[in-house]
Design a protein around this ligand. Structure first.
Ligand code: APR
Length: 312
């Protein structure tokens, strides 16, 4: 039977996800939003590209959660994006209400979906989705590391003037300014970038990666990045639906891994049909562990705000 992928939020990221899921024939798509007409219009438009792009996926646009029943994967992109000058944490109160409401409605119609959260501030919103859904930790995942790593990979390839596809990168930690790009685990055809670039070059690219989202927000002036975020989500959806068991940096619930408990944090995971099959613990240098601890402490603060929100 065809898989069912629900995308909540028919905005920039949600539409990109729906489009790529359909283009890759990963399953049927339900696009849902609170705005009437928009998900229906976009779904119809996308469906009409099926004979041109050659896909069989059925694409439904709706405002009714009944249409999301028995979803295999739910991607939550609902919320407001950043404005120039705002950081992701500024969105917490607005998006917490939205993500809570959406998660409750999803869970009323699907028993055991895998939820991928995109809404920001990511680490806090994915924690909220887990608390509200009551799903097991392997079924609630945040999308951040795949995107942040894609940004790092891109900057490395542009700097070295080499093929994008030869570059692999690992960015761990929270999805904020203290995220932790890992030069030691960033390679060009297996060669560590520490052998290919100066310390200053690497530092510059690490800094640009940390500010990668803000750079695009500043350029767009109205809205945030959506093409690479959408592609990053679909890489995760594909890993799950095709049981690829890919090792990807994803935002996962930590239960002692990396020395932290009860937070969602960007770590390498094995992603397959059951969601997160395992978290991979890297042997870190003292400097890397320090950077991870700083980022985790920042995430912990936003999670405390979510816990306060949930108590009210
Ligand atoms: N239920 C369903 N959809 C909602 C709800 C809700 N309660 N509240 C808002 N939405 C919808 C909006 O109507 C809009 O169509 O979410 C969509 C968000 O789309 P955009 O404003 O285009 O935002 P986008 O760029 O897609 O970003 C979405 O992802 O990257 C993050 O920071 C970003 O949190 C933001 C999210």
């Amino acid at each position: 039977m065809r898989k069912k992928i629900t995308v909540v939020g028919a905005g920039q990221v949600g539409t990109t996800v729906a489009q790529l899921v359909a283009y890759k024939n990963l399953g049927n798509v339900v696009l849902i939003d609170i705005i009437e007409g928009v998900p229906q219009g976009k779904a119809l438009d996308l469906q009409q590209s099926g004979c041109l792009q050659v896909f069989d996926s059925i694409v439904v646009g709706t405002n009714d959660y009944k249409d999301t029943a028995d979803s295999d994967i739910v991607v939550i992109t609902a919320g407001v994006p950043r404005k120039p000058g705002q950081d992701r944490a500024d969105l917490l109160n607005i998006n917490a209400k939205i993500v809570k409401d959406v998660t409750e409605k999803i869970m009323a119609h699907s028993k055991d979906p895998i939820i991928i959260v995109v809404s920001n501030p990511l680490d806090a919103m994915v924690y909220l989705a887990k608390e509200v859904s009551g799903l097991s930790r392997n079924h609630v995942i945040g999308m951040a590391g795949v995107l942040d790593s894609a940004r790092f990979r891109t900057f490395v390839a542009l700097e070295l003037n080499c093929s994008l596809v030869d570059v692999d990168a690992m960015v761990l930690g929270g999805h904020g300014d203290s995220m932790v790009p890992m030069p030691r685990y960033t390679t060009v055809s297996g060669i560590s970038i520490t052998d290919l670039m100066s310390v200053e070059q690497i530092e510059r690219l690490v800094e640009r990666t940390r500010k990668g989202g803000a750079e695009i927000v500043g350029l767009l002036k109205n809205g945030s990045a959506f093409l690479a975020p959408g592609a990053s989500v679909v890489k995760m959806v594909e890993a799950i639906l095709r049981d690829k068991r890919r090792i990807l940096p994803c935002t996962a619930h930590l239960d002692g891994e990396y020395g932290w408990k009860d937070i969602f944090f960007g770590v390498p995971v094995e992603l397959g049909a059951h969601g997160i099959d395992k978290i991979i613990e890297l042997k870190l240098t003292p400097d890397e562990q320090k950077a991870i601890d700083k980022s985790a402490a920042d995430v912990k603060k936003t999670i405390e705000e979510v816990n306060a929100f949930l108590k009210n």
